[in-house]
Every structure is written in structure tokens, then in C-alpha cells.
Design a protein around this ligand. Structure first.
Ligand code: NAD
Length: 296
């Protein structure tokens, strides 16, 4: 049993921290939200009064925060000043590659071992301990982090050096945004050409047009396996989070000098969808914007 500081116990962090408790760890929880802390306490975490207090004397630190600016601030002003130097530091938030690398450089300079370990899988996977972790950091850091991450996920993959976990996450999600946008417009066109959506699914899911967006996450209600489309696009992966990841991917593409026209189109489409009030809907609801007359 180890002592683990967990900072950021929102939708995702709450379930992840509960799984560390179930694995027998003592979890010191800190969040700015009293509601999040009350849920953490109910799940067996010990509530700390500050991030500074949470990281005192721990073996490991996990952060699950909204964006890069929160991660940089929490590490610079708290974790790196107060955690023991032999604690393994794991940032599981989805943030920009540049900030991830910078924070990891600062941690290394201060004598810490750290990984970026963003996740694939939503709130249900966080609660169920079935997340996939994409890990960036040295071999030593990966070895130290893995036993903790394995308690919160079903797969822990070493993507490469510092920042590689974030790179893998946003490139994967860029591809997801592109395939979902393409799948939505394919169904709209198929219908306008007189094809029944189920018939088109039966053909395309076994032909060269198939992708995860079609076969596992079909945006059309009543077609394919059960998805958020069958629940009026509630739950699932919010369009606002898809837009966040597409923006991170486009920033990274610009910094790296990569030409990503399809990613740019997907970002523009999701921005329009969010501006029209779709932020909280599942990202497959984009089909409703691609064709207003689409019957759902
Ligand atoms: P959330 O907003 O529900 O939780 C973030 C928590 O961080 C909040 O409780 C907030 O109070 C807390 N927080 C913010 N600043 C803080 C600070 N300085 N100190 C302490 N606590 C602070 O967000 P979430 O949905 O749990 O997502 C967390 C991260 O996981 C994000 O980077 C997101 O992109 C990523 N992610 C989310 C999902 C998902 O389906 N929700 C899936 C994969 C990855």
C-alpha cells in the first residue's frame, strides 16, 4: 500500500481516485471544488486542505486537471516545491504537448521522475478502471508509474519520451474527429441518394469505408451497436471535449510544421457545432448539424 496524492477529482479524477482506494492505497485528495472533495471522501479518500498538504510525504502524485495552465500552475506552485523527490509524478490530464514537455523538464530539473499519462475512455471507463493510458517519459519513469496506472486502467502503453503520451492522445483524437465527421456526412449523403441507413451500414461496415466511428460508434440512432445516438446523444464524449482535443492537435501541428487540412476542417465543424449549443452533446451529434433535416 502506498500513499498517493490525487489533485483534480472531477468527472474523471473522482472515479480514478476511487479505484486507487479500492486497490488498497491511501489517497490524499485535493480539489478546488467542495462537491468534488465530498464525493472523494465518500469514496474513501482522505481530504487535504491544500495541494501542498496533499503531496506531503507521498509515494506518488496523480493530477487530473482541465488544461495545461492548471497543470503548470499546480506543479510549479505546489507539487515541485512540496512532494518528496522520490515520488513518481503522473499527469493524466489532456493538455498541449509543449506544456507537458516543459513541466516534465522542470520536474526533472527539480530532481523528480515524471510521466504524462493522458487517457482514452470516458467517465464510465474512469469509474470502471478500464481506461487506456498513453504514457510519455523515460523507461525508469514508465516502470515507476505503471503499477499505479494499472489500478485505474485496462491498458498502459509506453508511447515514448516526455510529451509522447499527449502527442499520441491528440493525434488519435484528431483522427477520431475526422472519421466521425466523414461518417456523419456519408450517412447524410447516403440517405439523400435514397439508401436506407441500416442498409448503408451493413454494406459500408464490411467494406473499405468502415472505421471505429461507423462500426462501434455509429452516429445514426437504431443502427449498429447501442451508442449515444440511441440516447438522444446524451452521455458519451462531449463535443466540447472533442473540440478541445482538435484545438490541441492543430496547435501541435502548427508548432511541428505538419500539414493537417482534415484536422483543420474537423476543428471548424466542431467549433460551429459548439457555437450552436452542441457543447454538452455527444460528439456524434454533429450529424444533426451537417444536415438540419436529419431525422433523429
Ligand atoms: P472536470 O472539470 O470534471 O474535473 C477537473 C477538476 O479539476 C475539477 O473538479 C476542478 O475543480 C479541478 N481543478 C481545477 N483547477 C484546480 C486546481 N488548481 N487545484 C485543484 N483542483 C483543480 O474535468 P474531467 O472531465 O474530469 O477532465 C479532466 C481531464 O481529463 C481533462 O484534461 C480532459 O480533457 C481529460 N479527459 C476527459 C474525458 C471525459 O470524458 N470527461 C475523457 C478523456 C480525457
Amino acid at each position: 500500500m502506498a500513499r498517493v496524492a490525487f489533485i483534480g477529482l472531477g468527472n474523471m479524477g473522482g472515479g480514478m481516485a476511487a479505484n486507487l482506494v479500492k486497490a488498497g492505497h491511501e489517497v490524499m485528495a485535493f480539489d478546488l471544488s467542495q462537491d468534488a472533495l465530498a464525493r472523494a471522501a465518500a469514496n474513501g479518500c482522505t481530504v487535504a486542505e491544500s495541494a501542498e498538504q496533499a503531496v506531503q510525504g507521498v509515494d506518488a502524485v496523480v493530477t487530473m486537471l482541465p488544461a495545461g495552465k492548471h497543470v503548470a500552475e499546480v506543479f510549479r506552485t505546489n507539487v515541485l516545491l512540496n512532494a518528496p523527490k522520490d515520488a513518481i509524478l503522473m499527469d493524466c490530464s489532456t493538455i498541449d504537448v509543449a506544456t507537458a514537455k516543459k513541466v516534465e523538464d522542470e520536474a526533472a530539473f527539480a530532481g523528480f521522475t515524471m510521466v504524462d499519462a493522458p487517457v482514452s475512455g470516458g467517465i464510465a471507463a474512469a469509474e470502471g478502471g478500464t481506461l487506456t493510458f498513453m504514457v510519455g517519459g523515460s523507461d525508469e519513469a514508465f516502470t515507476k508509474a505503471s503499477p499505479y496506472l494499472e489500478k485505474m486502467g485496462k491498458a498502459v502503453i509506453h508511447a515514448g519520451g516526455p510529451g509522447a503520451g499527449q502527442a499520441a492522445k491528440i493525434v488519435n483524437n484528431m483522427l477520431l474527429g475526422v472519421t466521425m465527421a466523414g461518417t456523419c456526412e456519408a450517412f447524410v449523403l447516403a440517405q439523400k441518394l435514397g439508401l436506407d441507413p441500416q442498409t448503408f451500414f451493413d454494406i459500408s461496415s464490411k467494406a473499405s469505408g468502415q472505421s471505429w466511428s461507423m462500426t462501434s460508434y455509429c452516429p445514426v440512432p437504431g443502427v449498429g451497436p447501442e451508442t449515444p445516438a440511441d440516447r438522444n446523444y446524451e452521455g458519451g464524449f462531449a463535443a466540447a471535449l472533442m473540440l478541445k482535443d482538435l484545438k490541441l492537435a492543430m496547435e501541435a501541428a502548427q508548432a511541428a510544421g505538419a500539414y493537417t487540412p482534415m484536422g483543420g476542417e474537423a476543428e471548424e465543424l466542431y467549433q460551429r457545432f459548439v457555437d450552436r449549443g452542441g457543447a454538452g452533446k455527444d460528439f456524434s451529434a454533429l450529424i444533426k448539424m451537417i444536415d438540419d433535416s436529419w431525422e433523429v
